[in-house]
Design a protein around this ligand. Structure first.
Ligand code: ZN
Length: 243
């Protein structure tokens, strides 16, 4: 079975469609949250996800904010502005779909959480200290997280729980033979100084089952829609910087 793992689509339909086309064929999709926020295409992205035949999707902090589940004052000005815009755009059936997303799920030997397993909506797994503290917060071998928008692998390798960070480039298959936290990067707003849309594939038929991928998309078309919608210029500019 070939599983497509994606996160932080952030209402960027052009990037999402490029990822789905590039990753095909796949048998199922894990989505790690933040389908909306920042970008110009919230309804279209939700509808694209809803149409996927086998989808497990969890809620991100932007998804929770639009639902009123967390206070939007916790967001910085520009992110808050786009959340306020989003509230005027979201269609009722799509709002309902977001409402029904769980914050954390376990599927087979995977735990899915947007931020971290112990604090699914807010915590960023950015460094080995936080990754190590989170290793005790899930029971499966692998935890899949998003939220940082940076493709990263944290492996607990030492008998003493020592945890190491690996940054693995695209198209280099690898295995995870120890307890790990892995982040696919962001589809719609990469922040590792690489503007290409990021995703991860897990293929259980392969000896080295994990592979990162990056795919180009029409960034300028998305930037034009961001500006046309009156969303912050910064949200458009950062897409070509990948930051
Ligand atoms: Zn995000």
């Amino acid at each position: 079975m070939r599983t497509l793992i994606l996160s932080d689509i952030h209402a960027n339909l052009t990037a999402l469609q490029a990822v789905l086309a590039d990753a095909a064929p796949f048998d199922r999709v894990f989505c790690l949250g933040d389908v909306v926020g920042y970008g110009p295409d919230p309804n279209a992205c939700i509808e694209e996800m809803m149409a996927l035949p086998e989808l497990d999707c969890i809620k991100g902090n932007h998804d929770a904010a639009i639902l009123g589940e967390i206070d939007i004052r916790a967001f910085r000005d520009e992110a808050r502005f786009s959340l306020e815009w989003l509230a005027t755009q979201i269609r009722p059936e799509n709002y309902h779909w977001l409402q029904n997303l769980p914050e954390r799920i376990e599927i087979e030997d995977f735990t899915l959480a947007h931020g971290s397993p112990r604090d699914p909506l807010w915590e960023y797994v950015m460094d080995v200290r936080i990754a190590r503290e989170n290793m005790a917060a899930f029971e499966t071998s692998t935890c899949l997280v998003g939220h940082t928008h940076i493709p990263s692998v944290f492996k607990m390798e030492g008998e003493d729980g020592s945890t190491y960070l690996y940054l693995i480039g695209p198209d280099q298959p690898f295995s995870l033979d120890v307890k790990s936290i892995i982040n696919p990067g962001s589809v719609g707003q990469p922040r590792d100084r690489n503007p290409l849309a990021a995703y991860l594939v897990y293929d259980d038929q392969e000896e080295l089952p994990w592979t990162y991928h990056r795919v180009p998309y029409d960034v300028e078309a998305v930037q034009r829609r961001i500006l046309k919608a009156g969303l912050p210029l910064r949200h458009a500019a950062r897409l070509s910087e990948g930051w």
